[in-house]
Write a protein that binds this ligand. Sequence first.
Ligand SMILES: [Zn+2]
Ligand SMILES: [Zn+2]
Length: 111
Amino acid sequence: MKDGFLEPHDPGAFDDIPVMPRPDAPHYDFIFCPVCKGHGKHNLRLNAYLHFQPPHFQQMCGQCWGWGWVEKGSRDETCIHDFIEQPLGMCRHKLTCVKGCGKSFEVDSSG
Ligand SMILES: [Zn+2]
Ligand SMILES: [Zn+2]
């Protein structure tokens, strides 16, 4: 629990979230994402909404981008990434994992 929100290891974090089907890529070896355990997202707050189904406030998994699976042996399996964001100008940002796995990528927030 962090700032009042559930984290993936908290009880109830995966309530009402089915496990994602394995990605259809026969030449790759996939295993469950180490963060979301195959769910692709987790609940931040249970029963946050009255009129939505499911009623939980949820967040996509940043480790597997919602796939629920990662490639076996990849740094997505071995490193639980923790990204910091650096502005590059013109709405572009660079995200770099601070845990030393070397993963980084650029995002464009201009839409
Ligand atoms: Zn995940
Ligand atoms: Zn990492």
